[in-house]
Design a protein around this ligand. Structure first.
Ligand code: X8Z
Ligand code: ZN
Length: 627
């Protein structure tokens, strides 16, 4: 850190930074947009050139920022902004190492995105030529739809074997460099640095408390799902009181169980929420879906989409050129240009996704008057939280009824329980996964890379009750089967977002004067709810996120809380308790075979001796890192 504490110079530096950073952000976004909506080699080259310029700018900015001693700047706004720039940690590395870590991340990302797997063949001896060209989307689709456990196992194994092991060495070097960069910045290691953006010393404790609050509900859900899967697949695949194997939960990472909702729906004869048929019957178009989403926001008194949005957004898949179809919302950083890119099809999922993406645009519009560094969510979870909080109102039988998309109010008890079950398979099932991904990363940064795979599965078993479907060793690297690990993208923000989503929903519902169960609340047309939301959006990152929660909860709390989420699922919890009455174990009983599936090295309890394990010797000499 430097010694300059002259406020005028700091303010001048920040003014220049603001205009240059906005300008560079505009150029990079424009080049990225050009490529994403027209994937030519030329556009790709231009995009890479602009991104390289941005990286250089980042490094130059950091050099200027460290000349200041931010701790002694008298103005809190300038102090916080300069601190944010200085703590852009990787820039502290030497040029060689800085380039090396970015190169490693880009290589790992390439390995992940180019991973391809072979399709399942029920008869491997049949002489047919097999093209091993299935990508992650194909793998996800098969795991979601197939109910053939041999096919599920094949796809699960292929995906995990063709991603992690190729990246393991690169990842270990990346851990070393990330830790070095963090230490240069005065952190103990990269885990401390990853948490720095949350500006809260007890952040990890706050998270640990919330997951403990959620786990009883998760365990009820888990026990119920296990019984249904046991009925479907039998004792060969599912142990009656044990954890569940990761390949039969309908998701490649076992993070979201909603793809198996057909197997677990409490009252199948009552069906579930689905507006697609009605949308088609009414002749919906992509444009009408966008107009409906905009009307949702203006009904809350929020801003309409600006003219540039309607002129330049890509709301349908073009036929004449290759585009990236993943839905996304764009801020071009010039206070004029905001766009959505989405290959909209007329169905309920796209209706929901459009509302979600447009919430991001509302956020951009509301914080556009903040300085560049504060044009962001209050913490990294806020953007997703706000967008998903809106979805809790929109993806809701009450809302569909009000919008003329369902013809009866589907008020009955059974409908409600079916709906809450679907939501729980998405949200409650996701909680422990979202929590452990960065718990694992923190552990690796702190304790080293010696037993990365068994650390991963220890957490999976402890918090999710999930085990690998086949034995794994340290030659595997199963965490890297999830894109965010090779791509160096923090994950705890999704856990934070999950909690906040319900906190925001509850606050808006209470402002709207909603009475009755939280899951039936739809804030459509409530100006009061809109005011609560716009107050959050306007702040951007200018204030500590705990102040924003305080504002949201009218001073009642400044913490992340699981209470609103538990409140939302309360009727389901009561139903699950009843449904699970005969279950001897709510949750899962772990035995030594579960642990033996992934502990390739067992640790002698009485000494630091590492013994190679076989499945038979795993016995009392192991100490379990389990609950
Ligand atoms: O990674 C994503 C988005 C990009 S921000 C596609 N999500 C997490 C995931 O896929 O694991 C959205 C939900 C959680
Ligand atoms: Zn989003």
């Amino acid at each position: 850190m430097g010694t300059n504490s002259n406020l005028d110079e700091a303010l001048q530096f920040l003014r220049e930074y603001d205009s240059e950073a906005s300008n560079i952000c505009f150029r990079v976004s424009s080049a990225q947009w050009a490529y994403s909506t027209n994937m030519t080699d030329f556009n790709k080259r231009r995009m890479i050139e602009e991104q390289t310029l941005k990286e250089k700018f980042g490094k130059i900015t950091w050099r200027k920022a460290v000349e200041f001693d931010w701790t002694r700047l008298p103005d809190p706004i300038a102090r916080r902004q300069i601190k944010m720039l200085v703590m852009n940690s990787k820039a502290t590395l030497s040029d060689d190492k800085y380039n090396e870590i970015y190169h490693l991340i880009s290589e790992m990302k390439d390995l992940y995105s180019h991973a391809r797997i072979c399709p399942y063949s029920s008869n491997p001896y049949k002489n047919e030529s097999i093209y091993c060209d299935l990508d992650v989307e194909d793998a996800k689709r098969i795991i979601a739809k197939s109910r053939d456990t041999r096919e599920l196992l094949h796809v699960w194994r292929e995906w995990h074997d063709r991603t992690g092991p190729n990246m393991k060495n690169k990842f270990m070097r990346y851990v070393e460099l990330a830790n070095q960069a963090a230490r240069f910045n005065g952190f103990q290691d990269a885990s401390e640095e990853m948490q720095f953006v949350y500006e809260t010393p007890d952040f990890e404790d706050n998270l640990a408390q919330t997951i403990q609050q959620i786990l009883p509900l998760y365990k009820e859900l888990f026990a119920y799902v296990r019984t249904k899967l046991y009925d479907k697949y039998g004792p060969e695949v599912v142990r009656a009181e044990g954890p569940l194997p990761a390949h039969i939960l309908g998701d490649l990472w076992a993070q979201d169980f909603s793809n198996i909702h057909d197997l677990v729906t409490p009252f199948p004869e009552f069906g579930n929420i689905d507006a697609t048929a009605e949308m088609l019957r009414q002749g919906f178009t992509p444009l009408r879906i966008f107009q409906m989403a905009e009307e949702f926001y203006t009904s809350l008194g929020l801003k309409p989409m600006p003219p540039e949005f309607w002129r330049y957004s890509m709301i349908e898949k073009p036929t004449a050129r290759r585009v990236q179809c993943t839905a996304s919302a764009w801020d071009f950083c010039n206070k004029i240009d905001y766009r959505i890119k989405q290959c909209t099809e007329v169905n309920m999922k796209n209706l929901i996704d459009t509302h979600h993406e447009m919430a991001h645009i509302e956020y951009y519009l509301y914080y556009s008057d903040q300085p560049f560094l504060y044009r962001d969510g209050s913490n990294p979870g806020f953007h997703e939280a706000v967008a998903n909080a809106i979805i809790l109102s929109v993806f809701n039988p009450t809302h569909f009824y009000r919008m003329g998309l369902s013809n009866n109010k589907t008020e009955g008890y059974e409908h409600n329980i079916n709906f809450l079950m679907l939501m729980a398979l998405r949200k409650v099932a996701y909680a422990p996964f979202a929590y452990i991904v960065d718990q694992w990363r923190y552990q690796i940064f702190r304790q080293g890379v010696m037993k990365m795979n068994s650390d991963w599965w220890s957490l999976r078993l402890r918090f999710q009750g999930v085990v690998p479907p086949i034995p794994r060793t340290e030659s595997h690297f199963d965490a890297a089967a999830k894109r965010h690990i090779p791509a160096d993208i923090s994950y705890v923000k999704y856990y934070v977002a999950l909690l906040l989503e319900f906190q925001i929903h509850e606050a808006m519902c209470s402002a709207a004067g909603h009475t009755g169960p939280l899951h039936t609340c739809d804030v459509y047309r409530s100006r009061e709810a809109g005011r609560v939301l716009s107050d959050v959006l306007r702040v951007g990152k200018a204030s500590h996120w705990q102040n924003v929660i305080k504002m949201l909860t009218r001073g009642k709390s400044e913490k992340l809380s699981a209470e609103p989420m538990l409140n939302y699922f309360e009727p389901l919890l009561l139903w699950l308790r009843e449904a699970n009455k005969k279950e001897p174990i709510i949750g899962w009983m772990t035995n030594k075979n579960d642990v033996a599936l992934y502990q390739s090295l067992v640790y002698a309890a009485n000494a630091n001796i590492l013994l190679p394990s076989t499945f038979s010797i795993v016995s009392t000499v192991i100490f379990y890192s389990l609950l």
